[in-house]
Design a protein around this ligand. Structure first.
Ligand code: MG
Length: 267
């Protein structure tokens, strides 16, 4: 089941179920509580897709794929490396990623599987962890590498600029999170190509670990780390330039596509 969030032609914000390739059936009720499919449908092409949830927190895991830890020059982590992205960084499918005027030159992509928590989780076991998941979506952990790796002593600012958390295009509830092919494409060229089976810490491990001390509220997004092939580790490095288009694709979910613009420039 694919659950989208979108703005209707009349301005209403709705959740809906994707039926076939082109139809959305309006959901009546709360996707984190009780809901049912309504009679009303709308063509996919008639709505503006939004990030599928408005998360209370965006938790993110660094260095969760071996080859990416290696290309970053980092040791393999013994426990998950947690950081947070500001919720104000949320970016809708199709909306531009803005190169911030204060740090426009080393902005990079990271394709990631994002977990969307479905019900309040505190101190849950690995065995029961996936019972707390609503579903999964595509995320781009956009990162200003100069801030992240040289200018600042930690990662928060470089990963939290406005528009640096694209999410979507919808939540897939029926995905196996341990075996999902994942890739990124920059201007149509594949830059990262991997599978979530290569994660060091699986989704159930991450949910259980994080929930030991942090309440995971409904709608919480956990970005689960990126595979190798990011721009800063390439020789020569590759960073976003205005006019680029970045796509994050996970088989079984779909494709999250965002153009790149300079601050002050229209998409
Ligand atoms: Mg990341």
């Amino acid at each position: 089941m694919k659950i989208a969030r979108f703005e209707m032609p009349d301005g209403r914000i709705q959740h809906g179920l994707l039926e076939g390739a082109n139809t959305l059936r309006i959901i009546s009720g709360d996707i984190f509580g009780s809901w049912h499919p309504a009679e009303e449908t709308v063509p996919l092409g008639a709505v503006r897709l939004l990030a599928p949830v408005s998360p209370p927190n965006i938790l993110a895991i660094g260095l969760n794929y071996r080859a990416h830890a290696r290309e970053s020059g980092a040791a393999l982590p013994e426990r998950p490396v947690l950081f947070l992205k500001a919720t104000t960084a949320l970016c809708h499918p199709g909306d531009p990623i803005v190169l911030p005027a204060v740090a426009p030159n080393e902005v990079d992509y990271e394709c990631e599987l994002a977990i969307v928590i479905g019900k309040r989780a505190k101190r849950v076991s690995e065995e029961e962890a996936l019972d707390y998941v609503l579903g999964y979506t595509c995320a781009n952990d956009v990162s200003a590498r100069d801030c992240q790796l040289r200018l600042d002593s930690q990662w928060a600012r470089g990963k939290s600029f406005d528009t640096f958390a694209p999410l979507g295009p919808w939540v897939e509830t029926d995905l196996n999170p341990d075996a999902a092919p994942i890739r990124s494409r920059l201007n149509g060229v594949v830059m990262q190509e991997s599978n979530t089976s290569d994660m060091i810490f699986s989704c159930r491990k991450l949910i259980s670990y994080l929930s030991q001390g942090i309440t995971l509220l409904p709608g919480t997004v956990i970005m689960t780390g990126t595979p190798s092939g990011v721009g800063f580790a390439r020789k020569p490095p590759v960073f976003f330039r205005p006019g680029d288009v970045i796509e994050i694709e996970i088989d079984g979910i779909g494709t999250l596509r965002n153009p790149i613009v300079a601050e002050g420039q229209n998409a």
